[in-house]
Design a protein around this ligand. Structure first.
Ligand SMILES: [Zn+2]
Length: 181
């Protein structure tokens, strides 16, 4: 359930069987999130929100509604750029080095640039569209190398090095960026 609030913008309300008292936190998008007991009505959730307003304001870094909207807009732009670019770039490197993958999933996780599932699907974060091309290519090559090596063994890194000789530098530079939008 989403509550629209004048001060906090869109408030995400999550119902949980495990919660007895309302708990407030910040969602990855900078929105206020509220965990409430199952069967909580919208009316009651709003009442709790009002009662905790000062405490939330003092303790939680909630984005104001304008910032929430700006972030949504940025995410939309990055998603579009990612859709237009990443499938082709992945295919380019896969063909060049003879890798087979079963599909590409675009993700917007906050902590990971990419991953490879056991079924051969590669996930790439839309946040890659914010980083320089060499670092983006490093992530793609890293995930493709996981097709042959599921771990981060020496053999895995040797394969990455064969396709991206500067991977150590790229890996280090990538740490200056955050995948989250
Ligand atoms: Zn890895």
């Amino acid at each position: 359930m989403i509550i629209s609030d004048k001060e906090f913008g869109e408030v995400i309300v999550r119902k949980s069987a495990w919660v007895t008292n309302p708990k407030f936190s910040v969602s990855t998008s900078g929105r206020l999130a509220m965990s409430v007991p199952a069967h909580t009505s919208e009316f009651l959730a709003k009442r709790w929100l009002n009662a905790s307003r000062k405490q939330i304001r003092d303790k939680l870094p909630i984005n104001d509604p304008a910032t929430q909207r700006a972030r949504d807009a940025q995410k939309k732009i990055l998603s579009k750029k990612a859709r237009d670019y990443l499938p082709y770039r992945l295919e380019f490197w896969a063909q060049k080095y003879g890798y087979q993958y079963s599909g590409l999933r675009l993700s917007h996780a906050n902590t990971r640039w990419g991953s490879r599932s056991s079924t051969g699907t590669i996930s790439l974060n839309i946040g890659l569209m914010k980083v320089p091309e060499a670092l983006r290519d490093y992530v793609i090559i890293h995930e493709l190398a996981h097709i042959n090596h599921m771990d981060h063994s020496d053999a895995f890194w040797a394969e990455v090095a064969a396709h991206d000789p500067h991977y150590k530098r790229h890996r280090k530079l990538l740490k200056q960026y955050s995948p989250g939008v």
